[in-house]
Design a protein around this ligand. Structure first.
Ligand SMILES: [Fe+2]
Length: 360
């Protein structure tokens, strides 16, 4: 049967995008501002603009030769796979500072989604709730960053990636009233909620289709280095190294997703949490690995300082991303200063000043 050309969506690292290629969905900056609309053909100028706004990868249309398959034979797994890849792309855009690891992350999720068992488990996670699936994808992306930064070999990255995607699968056995109200539970309800780690372990073991290691990481993703976690109250090296990574990325993603709307302030809060608890709850080296690779503020973000001055970020220090250089234009009464003031938040003079929020 003669084939025909069809468009499919693929995620390209921004450095591989060439003029003439069409984006498949709206590309927005961190604040939700539209940079390039869906279906727009990219030009050199637009590609530069995306780079300037820190976009690391973009979903684009590519032509693909397909056989003439009747429409009712469309493989639903294929559609879900495309959705997953798009969601990973969104997660990458939301979190990652530069495109060093983007292609590897896209390759790993592509490989993982070739596995039918994983695909059916991910569909089960989607049925728990779209937010649970998105959270799992965020945890996957962040875990990959730590793994890649630590030069993990492919087999370790695959186990880490699969475990990150499946870490909360035990939630499918929780009553919906507990799932829907997870941030406001009584102590009795909390005990039920905490069982999801064990439920996930038992479920994956009962299937008998995945390596034991993945079940073990799922079981341990709420353990903490100081023994304060659950379900085993394990400490330090008794916790699987990859479970230590999922513990970090799960906590980090949860703080950001818990905000009304994920914004830079949520990132700052999540980073402060990791820095504050690094070494106590979480492996310090793995936590700082993550912080090295994620984005907090962008150049040209408008921010309000703690003294209510308003300005834009003009420089971000690699070692202190939460304390960038801000060029202040307006005072707290929104009156323009005669001359903009440059405030480097790392200097002693401004030690008591901090960024209160971003302006969306
Ligand atoms: Fe969990």
């Amino acid at each position: 049967m003669a084939g025909q050309l069809q468009e499919k969506i693929e995620t390209f690292s921004i450095s591989n995008v060439t003029p003439g290629i069409r984006v498949s969905q709206d590309i927005k900056d961190k604040n939700g501002f539209l940079l390039v609309g869906a279906n727009t053909e990219l030009t050199d100028r637009l590609i530069d603009k995306l780079k300037q706004f820190g976009i690391t990868c973009v979903p684009v249309f590519v032509a693909q030769q397909i056989s003439n398959v009747p429409i009712n034979n469309i493989n639903l797994n294929e559609i879900f796979r495309e959705q997953l890849l798009n969601s990973v792309n969104t997660s990458i855009v939301n979190f990652i500072k530069n495109d060093t690891f983007v292609d590897r992350i896209v390759q790993i999720i592509t490989d993982i989604t070739k596995d039918d068992i994983l695909m059916s488990l991910l569909i089960e996670i989607k049925t728990i709730g779209h937010n649970v699936l998105m959270h799992s994808i965020n945890v996957f992306t962040l875990s990959m960053l730590i793994g890649l930064k630590n030069h993990f070999p492919v087999d370790r990255l695959m186990v880490l990636g699969q475990s990150a995607l499946l870490h909360d699968i035990g939630k499918k056995f929780l009553p919906s009233e507990i799932l829907d109200n997870a941030r406001n539970l009584s102590s009795e309800e909390k005990k039920v909620f905490e069982q999801h780690a064990l439920f996930g372990f038992e479920y994956l073991q009962s299937l008998g289709k995945l390596p034991y290691e993945i079940s073990r990481i799922v079981l341990q993703h709420h353990e903490r280095l100081d023994g304060s976690g659950y379900p085993g109250k394990l400490s330090k090296d008794d916790i699987h190294k990859l479970a230590q990574i999922v513990a970090i990325t799960d906590s980090f993603a949860s703080i950001i997703e818990g905000q009304e709307r994920a914004n830079r302030f949520a990132f700052a809060e999540a980073i402060e949490f990791l820095l504050g608890s690094g070494g106590i709850y979480f492996n310090y080296d793995l936590s700082t690995c993550l912080l090295d690779e994620i984005t907090v503020y962008h150049i040209y973000d408008w921010v309000v300082l703690s003294n209510d001055d308003i300005g834009i970020i003009t420089k971000i220090h690699d070692s202190t991303p939460l304390r960038p250089v801000v060029t202040v234009f307006f005072d707290k009464f929104k009156q323009k200063y005669s001359f903009p003031k440059q405030i480097d938040l790392t200097t002693k003079t401004y030690i008591n000043l901090f960024i209160k929020c971003t302006l969306d």
